[in-house]
Design a protein. Structure first.
Length: 454
C-alpha cells in the first residue's frame, strides 16, 4: 500500500468497452493531478459534489482525446475521507489507458487492490467489517446476498460486535478492580454472578457463530449434485430446476456422458446445480470416465439429490451411495406422473420428495426442501445479522474458547491474573473483526482480496 501522502489512481468501472468509464483519484494531490489533464469548458468552476464538463488532453501533445466530466469530493465528505476526484469519460479501452497514463505522468501512483477502501478505514470512514462488506457487495451473486452485504456496509455486523465488546469490557473492568482492591476478595472470586455473565456472553457469541453456515452459503453458494442411475430423470429435473432446456433429454439411458453445471438463485442462495452421468456398474470408455467424474462431484457436493424413478426401484448401488452421504443426501422420487412409487415405504426412500418434470408436480416442494437442507432454516432475511467471512468465524470461535477458559478459571479458584489474561485475549479476538486492534499484516491480507479501483 502507498503512504497517505501519495495520490493514487485507478479505473473504478469494469475494464473493457462500455458507454462510460470512471477513473478515480484520491490523496492530497488528487485535484491538482486531475487539472493537469482536464480543461473545463466555458466559464465553469469546480464546486464540491458537482460534475463539471470539460475535455481531456494529452499534456505533451496539447491535444484533447475525449470529452468528459470531473467531480470533486472534498476531504471529510468523500469515500476515502481524503480529497477524491472522479473523471468520467467514454468507455473506450484506448481512452482509459491513455487517461491513466497521463494521470500517472502527472504524479499519481497506480492503486493497489482495495487501496481506496483501505484509506477509508484508516481515515475512520468505516471499520474493517464494513470494508469487507463492500467487497462482498461487489461480489454478491444474488439479490439477498447483496442486501446482507449492504447491511454489513451500513454497520449492522459492527454494532453487534461492539455490543459484545462493551459487555466484555465491563466484565474486564470488574476483574481489574479486584486487583486494585485486593482486600475486597468477594468482589470477584466470590461473585457468583461473574461466571454467569461470562457464560451469557459465551452463549451470545455462540449464537452469532451458529449463523456462519447460512452466511457462508449466501456469500460462497452451494454445490448441489443430481445423482442416480441412467434414465432416472436427472437431466429433466436439472432443466426443470433451471427453468430452461440446458441438458439434452432422451429416453435412451446413458445420454449424459459428462457433467453439466449451471448457477441458479435459490431464494437468495447462489446454487451451482450439477447434472451428472448415470451411475451403473461395469461401464467402460467415455461412460466410465463420466461416472468417475460423477463420483468426484458427489464427494465434493454440499447436497446430493439422489433420484430413483417411481417406475423403478432403488438398487444396492443407490442404497450404498445414500449411506455414504446420508448427512447431505436428499432422496427424490422422480417421474411421479407415472403413479405411486413401486418402492413406497422402503427406507431411506420412504421420505423422498416426489416430483414430475412433465407436470411440474412437487417442484416447489423440492426447492423448499433443498433450501432447508442447505440453510437449516425456513427462510433467510437481509435483516439477519449473519457472518459470512471465515476470518470473522475464526475470531468468534477463538473468543468463545477464551471466554470458556476464563469462566473455568474462576470456577476452579484460579488467580485473577489468569482469568484476566483469558478475558483480554477474548477481547482482542473480538477487536480483530472490526479492526479495533491495529494489525497491519491483517489489513494487508484482507485488502489484497479487493478489486483494483475500490
Amino acid at each position: 500500500m502507498h503512504t497517505p501522502e501519495q495520490t493514487i489512481v485507478a479505473l473504478s468501472t469494469p475494464p473493457g468497452r462500455g458507454g462510460i468509464a470512471v477513473v478515480r483519484l484520491t490523496g492530497p494531490g488528487a485535484l491538482a493531478c486531475a487539472r493537469e489533464v482536464f480543461n473545463m469548458s466555458g466559464n465553469n468552476r469546480i464546486d464540491p459534489g458537482r460534475s463539471v464538463l470539460g475535455t481531456l488532453r494529452s499534456r505533451r501533445e496539447e491535444a484533447s482525446f475525449d470529452t468528459g466530466f470531473l467531480t470533486l469530493h472534498p476531504p471529510g465528505r468523500s469515500y476515502t475521507g481524503e480529497e477524491v476526484v472522479e473523471l468520467s469519460c467514454h468507455g473506450s479501452p484506448a481512452v482509459v489507458e491513455h487517461l491513466l497514463a497521463e494521470l500517472m505522468a502527472a504524479g499519481a501512483e497506480p492503486a493497489e487492490p482495495g487501496e481506496f477502501t483501505y484509506r477509508a478505514v484508516l481515515n475512520g470512514r468505516m471499520d474493517l467489517a464494513q470494508a469487507e462488506g463492500v467487497r462482498d457487495l461487489i461480489d454478491a451473486s444474488t439479490t439477498l446476498a447483496a442486501r446482507v452485504a449492504h447491511e454489513q456496509v451500513r454497520g449492522t455486523l459492527s454494532r453487534k460486535v461492539i455490543s459484545l465488546r462493551e459487555e466484555l469490557i465491563e466484565i474486564i473492568c470488574r476483574a481489574e478492580a479486584t486487583l486494585e482492591f485486593a482486600e475486597e476478595q468477594d468482589l470477584f472470586t466470590s461473585d457468583e454472578g461473574m461466571p454467569q455473565r461470562i457464560r451469557n456472553l459465551e452463549e451470545a457469541v455462540g449464537r452469532f457463530v451458529a449463523g456462519y453456515r447460512r452466511g457462508r452459503l449466501l456469500r460462497d453458494g452451494a454445490r448441489v449434485v443430481l445423482a442416480g442411475r441412467p434414465n432416472a430423470g436427472k437431466s429433466s429435473l436439472f432443466n426443470s430446476l433451471l427453468r430452461w432446456e440446458r441438458a439434452i433429454v432422451s429416453a435412451v439411458p446413458g445420454t449424459t456422458r459428462d457433467f453439466l453445471s449451471e448457477r441458479i438463485d435459490l431464494d437468495g442462495i447462489p446454487v451451482t446445480l450439477i447434472d451428472t452421468a448415470g451411475l451403473r456398474a461395469g461401464a467402460e470408455g467415455l461412460e466410465g470416465e463420466g461416472i468417475d467424474r460423477s463420483r468426484r462431484h458427489i464427494e465434493a457436493a454440499d447436497l446430493v439429490l439422489l433420484l430413483c424413478a417411481c417406475d423403478d426401484a432403488p438398487d444396492a448401488e443407490e442404497l450404498r451411495l445414500f449411506q455414504d452421504c446420508a448427512d447431505r443426501a436428499l432422496p427424490v422420487a422422480s417421474k411421479a406422473d407415472l403413479g405411486e412409487p413401486r418402492w413406497a415405504g422402503e427406507a431411506p426412500f420412504d421420505r423422498a420428495q416426489r416430483v414430475s418434470s412433465v407436470t411440474g408436480q412437487g417442484l416447489d416442494n423440492l426447492r423448499a426442501a433443498i433450501f432447508r437442507s442447505l440453510a437449516s432454516a425456513p427462510s433467510l432475511s437481509h435483516k439477519d445479522v449473519l457472518i459470512s467471512d471465515a476470518r470473522h468465524h475464526e475470531a468468534l470461535l477463538a473468543c468463545s474458547s477464551r471466554l470458556a477458559r476464563a469462566r473455568e478459571a474462576i470456577e476452579s479458584g484460579a488467580t485473577e491474573e489468569i482469568t484476566l489474561n483469558e478475558l483480554h485475549a477474548a477481547l482482542k479476538h473480538l477487536g480483530e473483526i472490526t479492526g479495533a486492534v491495529s494489525l497491519d499484516d491483517l489489513y494487508d491480507r484482507i485488502f489484497s482480496t479487493f478489486c483494483i479501483g475500490k
